[in-house]
Design a protein around this ligand. Structure first.
Ligand SMILES: *Cc1c(COP(=O)(O)O)cnc(C)c1O
Length: 406
């Protein structure tokens, strides 16, 4: 296996180009796509040995597939994790991770500000199977402390949180989790692996929607779960194998190749996000910019402690609420309106009317999702074009708003 000949001290970009490669007998340069459901055996005895686990090798692609393994190994190298498992989507990763941590009679604690599906899994799905859930205000460390019980087996959080980019103190919450013997599961999508390493900060499990920055080009759905070898092989694998949220080898191949450009992309997208956040912060139509890389982020101290960069997402509040926020979004030419994020294309979302439409006004207010809030995902376009597009749209939204006010 060629990755074993890679010096152990190489940097992250080198690991993401060469790591995890398992070359076939043909010596291909580019990783092979093993688009197969199953595998054949030399003999009936070999099949028996393979099933008994006495012989290494693949059995069925729901259990494992060489292309998926290469992607998992490269993800583990990126995260510095002992083990990684790929799933069909980010939500499959979140669900499997939480199911692997719980059984009827257990209790979980999660922050309120979560991606919609994640909130559904903890608030609605787990309780159907006898797992009680408590939701807390993520940035409030004391609230986590008050919420844990002797039967708490998992804490779940997202930091920065969708869509307001509120931050949760990972080492503090990890300590609370461990005080009751629970595992801390962190959804690290918004920070990306380039800017935050939850496992090194004390978390036990990291989950990703690989649909976002890992693919990074808007093609495939995927998810990843990363943790220690023991938990993955003893608790997680049986759930993945028997319930079947396997990642397609085709999607794994796309994601594997995408990881080669991951550091470059995240670095550029973060640099552009920083420039855009600064360029629009003082515009008269912008009531507020929330970006973890700025000194005026409400939890800038936590950002400095646990993040190495602000990431690729910006939250901004347009003065005047929904109408000017819609006018601004509609006036954008380069930035597209979409609920996705982490893409090469810059995308803007109005959470109150889309991703968080189902919440009540009261719940949205509690999470800071006002009618003027927008979530902006910065892509790979030229920084100057993004700033020009944002500025002209803000100017036009302002004019429309003042006309309608007049
Ligand atoms: C998108 C997303 C998910 C869900 O991922 P899918 O790939 O869409 O299933 C979970 N958490 C966060 C923070 C996300 O942005």
């Amino acid at each position: 296996m060629s990755s074993s000949s890679l010096p152990s001290d190489v940097g992250p970009s080198t690991r993401l180009v060469h790591g995890g490669v398992e070359r076939s007998q043909f010596g291909e340069t580019c990783e092979a796509l093993y688009l197969t459901q199953g595998f054949v055996y030399e003999s009936a005895e070999a099949a028996e040995a393979r099933f008994a686990g006495e012989e290494d090798g693949y059995v069925y692609s729901r259990y494992g597939n060489p292309t998926v393994t290469m992607f998992q190994d490269r993800m583990a190298l990126l995260e510095g994790a002992e083990a990684a498992r790929a799933t069909a989507s980010g939500m499959a990763a979140v669900t499997a991770a939480m199911v692997a941590c719980t059984k009827a009679g257990d209790h979980v604690v999660a922050s309120k500000a979560l991606f919609g599906g994640c909130r559904y899994v903890v608030e609605e799905f787990l309780p159907r199977f006898g797992v009680e859930a408590t939701l807390v205000d993520g940035p409030d460390v004391e609230a986590w402390k008050q919420a844990v019980r002797p039967n708490t087996t998992a804490l779940f959080t997202e930091t920065p949180a969708n869509p307001t980019l509120a931050l949760v103190d990972i080492p503090a919450v990890a300590e609370i989790a461990h005080s009751v013997g629970a595992r801390l599961v962190v959804d690290n999508v918004f920070a990306t692996a380039m800017h935050q390493a939850p496992l090194k900060l004390g978390a036990d499990v990291v989950v990703y929607s690989a649909t976002k920055h890992v693919d990074g080009q808007g093609r495939c759905l995927g998810g990843v779960i990363l943790s220690d070898e023991e938990w993955v092989t003893e608790k997680l694998d049986v759930i993945l194998r028997q319930t079947g949220p396997a990642m397609s080898p085709f999607n794994a191949w796309i994601m594997l190749k995408s990881l080669e450009t991951y550091p470059l992309r995240i670095r550029q997208q973060t640099a552009s996000a920083t420039a855009v956040a600064d360029a629009i912060a003082d515009h008269p139509r912008v009531a507020r910019v929330i970006y973890p890389g700025r000194a005026d982020h409400p939890q800038a101290d936590i950002a400095r402690k646990q993040m190495t960069g602000g990431g690729t997402l910006i939250a901004l509040e347009i003065a005047g609420g929904r109408d000017p926020a819609f006018a601004f979004s509609n006036a954008l030419n380069v930035v597209k309106i979409s609920n996705n994020l982490g893409d090469a294309k810059s995308l803007i979302t109005h959470p109150a009317s889309t991703t968080h439409q189902r919440l009540t006004d009261e719940q949205r207010e509690e999470l800071g999702i006002g009618p003027g809030l927008l979530r902006l995902s910065i892509g790979l376009e030229d920084e100057a074009d993004l700033i020009a597009d944002m500025t002209q749209a803000l100017d036009r939204a302002g004019k429309k708003a003042s006309v309608s006010l007049g």
